[in-house]
Each structure stands twice: as C-alpha cells, then as structure tokens.
Design a protein around this ligand. Structure first.
Ligand code: NAD
Length: 488
C-alpha cells in the first residue's frame, strides 16, 4: 500500500498514526495517510509563525515571491498528470475532469504571481499641514487553509495563491477523504524552493486537527471551504484566536430555463451543472426551474442525456460519471430520494446503485412540481440528483430561485436580453451564469452569501483579503511638539 507524509517546517514526516484511504471505485483501501493531531498542528502553525517573521521570507520583495509562485505553477503543470491520477484514485473524480482542472490550477498560481507586486499601499491627502500619512498593505500572518475532498488542488490554489502573493505563510489542511493529491503537492512546494515553514501541508480529522488549527492562537486568517455545519464550528473556533474567516460553503443553485432558450444548449449545460463530477460540486445546478410550456420537451431531452451518461471507472478517459467519493454520500442520497418520493416527488429516472464494488449511482431526476418543499429540493445533496420545478413567469422564477438560504450560483437560459438583465438583478447569488454554467477563472471573483458563506476567492480582492493596513504618520515639522497634552 502506498504511504504519504505530512510536510511540516520544510520536512516530510509520518504522522503519529496512519489511516487508510479508500479507492471509491473499488471501496478498497489503497494508501496509508498520516494523521496530524494536536502536536503536529501546533508544530506546523509555529513553523508558519516563525517563517512569517524570518528574513528569508519576510525580507523577500514581492517580485521575489512572484518568482517562487511562478516556479510552483510550472511544477504543478509538469506534474499535472500525476496529480490528476492521484486525485482520481483517491476521490473517484473522473480523469477527464481532474486532468483538465489541474492543468488550469497552474494558471491560478500564475495569476497571483502576477498580482504579488501590484498589492499597493496609498498616500492620504491628510488634513494636517505638517504630516505625511501613508498606508502600507502588509500580510495578515499565518493562514489556516482548510479544504473539503472535492477539487482539493483547485480549492487550495485559490487560497494559497493570494495568501503567498500577499506574503502570508500557510498551514494547509487536506481533507481526510482523499488527501493524496495535496500531500503530493507539498513535494512541489518544497521543490519550488519556498523557505521552510512558509507552506505546511497536513491532514487529519475534524476534532483533533481542524478544530485545533482553526482555534490556534497564532492563526490570523482561516480560509475555509466545506459545509455550513463545519463552517459554524470554524467560526466558533475563531472566537478563540479572533482570526478573520472567509467561508466558501455549499449551495442549492437554481438553473433557470425560459421557453425562449436554446433548449439543446441548455440541456447540455444542465447535464454539466448536475451530473459532471457526479454532482459533487458546490455550484451544482441542483434545482431546475423550467418555464411550464417547455417543461416536458426539456425533461425529455434531459432524461435521454441522463440515461446515456457513461458510468464507469474514473481512470478511464471515456467515463463521464465515476463513483461518489464516500459510501456515506451514496447512502445519504438514497435516503433523501426515498424521503422525497414518499412525499410525492416523481422519480423520473436514476438513483440506482451500479455494480457490486465502489460507490456508484445513476444520474437521478425528480419531478417536484407538486412538492416544491420535498427534501431533495431543500437539501444540498452533493450528488447527481436534479430536482425539477415549473414556473409560469419571471416573478415566480425569481421567487423559486431565491427560495433557499443558500446563495452561491445561478444559471439562466434565455435569448431575451432585457429579461436576462432583469433576472440577474433579482437573483440572490454570488455568481450568475447566463447561457453557460460552471465557468471559472482566476480573474473572476467567486463566492456566495447566506448559507453559502462570505468572502470571495479569485480576482484582486482575494489577495487584499490576506493583507492588513498599517497607517503610518510622519511629522514633517522640525519645530518641537508644542503642547504634550494636546496631540493632534
Ligand atoms: P466538511 O465541511 O465536512 O469538511 C471540510 C473540511 O473541514 C475537511 O477538511 C474537514 O476535515 C474539516 N473539518 C471538519 N471538522 C472541522 C472542525 N471542527 N474545525 C475545522 N475543520 C474541520 O465538507 P466535505 O463534506 O468534505 O465537503 C462538502 C462540502 O463542501 C459541501 O457542503 C460543499 O458544497 C462544500 N464545498 C464548497 C465549495 C465552495 O467553493 N463554495 C467548493 C467545494 C465544496
């Protein structure tokens, strides 16, 4: 069985204990992962804290940090196929997608390398004649970056890129489900030449690792991606260290199709929105809202496409949908489908197990027109399950779209330009895709509100999130300070 190691203070090490990682395609253990507990987390944070102040990092110019990030990007690109194979093996995400996604991850590091020397301070036109006042943008300190199991290289790049560009140091906690790609990524950080302690990579479980990391007194910012319940624990932990938090959480994103839309194009996008990555995507378009006159025609197209999805081994480049990452995921999806049909939702297709081994399920579509509050409509399932509702006009489409506590993404399919603008204004979501879906770029901010969290990843603002402002006052007069009891 393959063994992976932690990366703490510039050295690779085994944890005090190891745990087995399962291959979701077979359900069998294939690797031993190191488990970080209180002592390892503390050592990693203290190493990051020392590195934050050490001259070989703190003394680097922004351009020098950019060079390191460029080198890291090149190494990610060089090892993209190995990283993709590891992610596919450990999480079940299909190789077609991991290859494409990881090749693109390098672009995130390049984008933030380019931004490193553009994080500028400011000079203030202060209201006192004998003062110069300027603002320095300084790195906030040690960042705890915590990611879930899906798309770990991508979800860590949107944290490490801006944090390192700003001059922070990082302790990155890989998910305990499928940590292999990030533990390999640590080797690339090492090879790129980052000073010891600047980036530390470990994995472990919620209580003994995640909670210890997010409440550690030397952590200044917690960048978290995961579910809302864990996010609540993270925010509570931050009451200990008063760290800033940025939270990228789940969603129950609406995918809205008007009768005037190009239905073939919309159907392809809907398949991508909910069945790509077996629906294990925070932006999954899991609620289809379709204008009533085209509901049956659109459903017919979708059902045909859902039934034609090629399910198979995730490492086969022909496969379109692989297994779910964990058996827990599959069981939960089955439970929610059963509870929804018991409430009157109509299972149009899917929801069946495939084969004896592995955590496979077929793409499911449930018509919930008669039960808009069925459990499959209201709960994030993180799986290939689409709930369908019909609407009669824009107002109803908006009411249904916004009828959730989440607010991450929304898809809108229409050929009517003015309607696209009206709907965009009304949609409560951090990202709106019009006549497309799931498009991302390092240049474009990403994030949500409500139960989907707060803060944005991607774009310039994300780099500024990892900085703090130092206000500097310089008195330009050579005269002695006149009155010590009246300072200005
Ligand atoms: P999760 O919330 O269970 O776990 C996320 C991470 O938090 C893991 O590394 C876990 O070990 C850690 N953790 C657990 N308990 C902790 C604690 N008490 N303190 C600190 N850390 C702790 O999420 P998951 O099941 O792995 O992933 C699925 C969730 O992630 C879904 O809700 C999904 O929508 C969300 N997600 C969001 C985005 C986004 O960008 N918005 C992207 C991908 C996934």
């Amino acid at each position: 069985m393959r063994r992976f190691q932690h990366y703490i203070d510039g050295a690779f090490e085994d944890g005090p204990a190891g745990f087995e990682s399962l291959d979701p395609a077979s359900g069998e253990a294939w690797a031993i992962m190191p488990e970080a507990r209180e002592a390892e987390v503390d050592r990693a944070v203290m190493a990051a804290h020392r590195a934050f102040r050490a001259p070989d990092w703190a003394g680097l110019t922004a351009s020098a940090r950019a060079k390191l990030l460029h080198r890291l990007a090149d190494l990610v690109e060089r090892d993209a196929s190995e990283l993709a194979a590891l992610e596919t093996r450990d999480t079940g995400k299909i190789i077609r997608e991991t290859r494409a996604q990881i090749a693109y991850v390098a672009e995130y590091y390049r984008y933030y390398a380019g931004l490193a020397d553009k994080i500028e301070g400011a000079h203030l036109p202060i209201d006192k004649p004998d003062m110069e006042v300027w603002l320095r943008r300084e790195p906030v300190g040690v960042v705890a970056a915590i990611v879930p199991w899906n798309s770990q290289l991508f979800l860590s790049a949107v944290k490490l890129g801006p944090a390192l560009a700003a001059g922070c140091t990082v302790v990155l906690k890989a998910s305990e489900e499928g940590p292999a790609p990030l533990l390999h990524f640590a080797r690339l950080v090492h090879e790129a030449g980052f000073p010891a302690g600047v980036v530390n990579v470990l994995t472990g479980f919620g209580a003994r690792c995640g909670a210890v990391l997010t409440s550690h007194p030397k952590v200044a910012h917690v960048a978290f991606t995961g579910g809302p319940d864990t996010a609540r624990a993270v925010v509570r932990n931050s009451a200990e260290n008063l760290a800033r938090t940025s939270l990228e959480l789940g969603g129950k994103s609406p995918f809205i199709v008007f009768a005037d839309a190009d239905l073939d194009s919309a159907a392809n996008a809907q398949v991508s929105a909910i069945f790509a990555a077996a629906g294990q995507s925070c932006v999954a378009g899991s609620r289809l809202l379709v204008e009533r006159p085209v509901k049956e025609a659109f459903l017919e197209r979708l059902v045909a496409k859902a039934r034609a999805v090629r399910i198979g081994a995730p490492d086969d480049p022909e496969t379109e949908m692989g297994p779910l990452c964990t058996v827990r995921q599959r069981d939960r999806i089955e439970e929610v489908i059963a509870a929804s049909t018991a409430r009157g939702a109509r299972l149009v297709t899917g929801g069946d197990r495939v084969g004896e081994a592995g955590f496979y399920t077929t793409p499911a579509i449930l018509d919930c027109s008669e039960v808009p509050d069925a459990p499959c409509v209201t709960n994030e399932l993180f799986g290939p399950v689409l709930s369908v509702l019909a609407f009669d006009d824009e107002a109803e489409a908006l009411r249904l779209a916004n009828g959730t506590d989440y607010g991450l993404a929304a898809g809108l399919f229409t050929t009517n330009l003015t309607r696209a603008h009206r709907m965009t204004r009304g949609l409560e979501a951090g990202v709106v895709w019009i006549n497309t879906y799931r498009a991302v770029s390092p240049i474009a901010p990403f994030g949500g509100h409500g139960l989907s969290g707060h803060g944005r990843e991607g774009g310039l603002a994300a780099a500024l999130d990892y900085t703090t402002i130092k206000t500097v006052w310089l008195r330009t007069s050579d005269d002695p300070i006149p009155d010590p009891f009246v300072m200005r």
